[in-house]
Design a protein around this ligand. Structure first.
Ligand code: PEP
Length: 251
């Protein structure tokens, strides 16, 4: 029996406008209201839908809000960027940092991601640090080393207290949006290596992400170092996301 509470985060990516976000929340809340309160649930809408989602979620916040990225700077001349204090206005609890799509398309480096992790922690927002290897790296047998290096690069200069406040998401790049989810034992191997890399990681949530679906979520939850999921496609439909969580938390 795991002591760490489960956590499921829906990453909507560049999907849903404000009214679609509102409709999602109105359908989703009744579906999850009977889930144990220890089960953490969050949705990560695009920035333009945060206000609508925040209003629909209300002040009780059974479902938390997450952002999909943020600036490493707190204000200033950074056209197009969004700062942590702006997210705090909507009671954003989590921010996904280092997602492979941002590493690829926005060329975010480990150093930038590390700066964002520190900025999120400073603003009281929990960073969800996404890490994962490409197929080439996996086939070369270097997946564990690659992921540990990403984690070290982004969190190495955090204090123990700071490092204990992050969430890690292991997302093999080849499994994201492909329908080819990672074998549970392989995901556990990486999650275990990450957890034991540093004392501060002993109790943090470690999520799996990459084609997690209602049909396969429970198998990941049986892994001793995996505490939940970072879910893309299957989080876009309220019933699908609620079913995924229900399946994962059912014994
Ligand atoms: C993701 O975007 O983080 C993700 C895991 O996507 P999907 O579930 O669609 O593979």
């Amino acid at each position: 029996m795991k002591q760490r509470p489960p956590l499921f985060v829906g990453n909507w990516k560049m999907n849903k406008n404000a009214s679609q976000a509102r409709s999602f929340v109105e359908s989703f809340l009744p579906l999850v209201e009977t889930f144990p309160s220890t089960v953490g649930i969050a949705i990560a809408p695009p920035f333009t839908a945060l206000a609508a989602a925040a209003a629909a979620l209300g002040s009780k916040r059974r479902v938390a809000l997450a952002a999909q990225t943020m600036s490493e700077f707190s204000e200033g001349a950074y056209t197009g960027e969004i700062a942590a204090p702006m997210l705090a206005e909507f009671d954003v609890a989590y921010v996904i940092l280092g997602h492979s799509e941002r590493r690829l398309y926005q060329h975010e480096s480990d150093a930038t991601i590390g700066a964002k992790v520190r900025a999120a922690l400073d603003a009281g927002i929990t960073p969800i640090l996404a890490v994962g290897e490409s197929l080439a790296v996996r086939e070369a047998g270097d997946a564990v080393a690659h992921v540990l290096a990403q984690i070290q690069a982004a969190t190495g200069d955090l204090t123990e207290e700071q490092a204990a406040r992050i969430v890690l998401a292991y997302e093999p790049i080849w499994a994201i949006g492909t329908g080819k989810n990672c074998d549970c034992d392989r995901a556990q191997e990486i999650a275990h290596a990450a957890r034991t890399a540093r004392n501060a990681f002993a109790d943090i949530p470690i999520l799996y992400g990459g084609s997690m679906k209602p049909e396969n979520a429970a198998a990941y939850m049986k892994m001793s170092d995996i505490d939940g999921g970072l879910v893309g496609g299957a989080s876009l439909d309220p019933r699908s996301f609620a079913n995924l969580i229900a399946g994962a938390i059912a014994e």
